[in-house]
Design a protein around this ligand. Structure first.
Ligand code: ADA
Ligand code: CA
Ligand code: CA
Length: 328
């Protein structure tokens, strides 16, 4: 009896051990399954975070290509930045991105407004009141005088606008002076005298006096915009070695458009661009100097000189340059 019981016990123990081992094995399998899950989300978040710092470092390069198609560089750059943050699950890094983006956006908006502010040259189709001039108005060295389209009329002490020499000018411009938006009415006396480098914009002589403007001292004189009408002889008189540039200017009915003082041999360089010159009895430019030159471009002209197209009077042919001019 007893011997038979011993094997049974051994069997029982063996079965118990088997059951115990199978349970442990099952428990081990379950444990590894639990471990992987935490590893999954963590790795995913990590790569996303790594990709973010890269864009932030290269914010400008990345923003530029994106901005090109949209045109608005500042706006596009800001838009490109925000698109990436949403992808970021982490709340720590978004903060770093947002502050960096607003800064570039703020800087760029400030620059555009500065560019569209170029000072426009006003027209004087209508004048803004008359000013009687009893003594020459002097614009000092480096100063700017803006007539704001007022009409300046010489009083008797300045001149009567006849062909009598020795009249005073209405304006005297010293070296570095600028004269803007002025209308000279009748009488205009001896017009405007320049001494050195001078710039004039939008100047109209309604009725040229003895002459319209005289270069009295060496320098570069630039006149852009305006008109001159009805001179008995010269429009522009050049009495000193200089460069004279006239552009976008209308001149009608006078003896000659430009005259280097008779009998002088100094050198004058004249540039005429985008002008309209008509009804000049003698020429557009007359000089007695073999070294003086003229360049005329993009200009319309009509009825110049005896034959209607005698543009140059005693100008050295080698010193004449013409391009894109039209006779009408
Ligand atoms: C004439 C006169 C010159 C000078 C000039 C001018 O050419 O002969 O001496 O006065 O006009 O500046 O208006
Ligand atoms: Ca004269
Ligand atoms: Ca004169």
């Amino acid at each position: 009896m007893e011997p038979s019981r011993i094997p049974l016990c051994v069997l029982c123990i063996g079965l118990w051990m088997l059951v115990a081992c199978s349970d442990e094995a099952a428990g081990d399998v379950a444990n590894p399954v639990v471990v992987p899950p935490p590893a999954m989300p963590a790795p995913q978040a990590a790569p996303a975070t790594d990709s973010l710092p890269q864009p932030s470092t290269a914010d400008e390069p990345t923003a530029v290509p994106t901005a090109d198609p949209t045109d608005g560089v500042p706006t596009d750059g800001a838009a490109g930045g925000p698109a990436e943050p949403p992808q970021m699950p982490a709340s720590d890094e978004p903060d770093a991105f947002e502050p960096s983006e607003p800064e570039p956006g703020d800087d760029e908006p400030d620059e555009p407004p500065v560019e569209p502010e170029p000072e426009p040259v006003a027209g004087c189709e209508t004048t803004a009141g008359d000013e009687r001039v009893d003594a020459t108005i002097v614009v000092g060295p480096g100063e700017t005088f803006d007539g704001q389209c007022r009409r300046y009329i010489a009083g008797p002490a300045v001149g009567d606008g006849s062909q009598s020499e020795g009249q005073d000018p209405v304006f005297r411009l010293e070296d570095g002076a600028r004269l803007l938006n002025v209308v000279l009415g009748a009488p205009a006396a001896d017009g405007i005298h320049t001494y050195g480098d001078v710039t004039l914009s939008n100047i109209t002589w309604e009725d040229i006096g003895e002459d319209a403007l005289t270069i009295k001292d060496p320098g570069t004189v630039e006149l852009d915009g305006g008109a001159a009408y009805d001179g008995s002889d010269k429009v522009f008189q050049i009495n000193a070695a200089s460069t004279f540039r006239v552009s976008n200017f209308r001149a009608d009915n006078a003896g000659k458009f430009i005259r280097q003082n008779g009998g002088t041999g100094f050198t004058v360089h004249v540039f005429i661009d985008s002008c309209d010159i008509s009804n000049m009895d003698e020429a557009i430019f007359r000089t007695d100097s073999n070294s003086s030159s003229v360049t005329m471009s993009n200009t319309r002209y009509s009825n110049i000189g005896d034959d209607g197209d005698e543009l140059w009077y005693d100008v050295n042919p080698a010193n004449i340059t013409e391009s894109d001019n039209t006779q009408y």
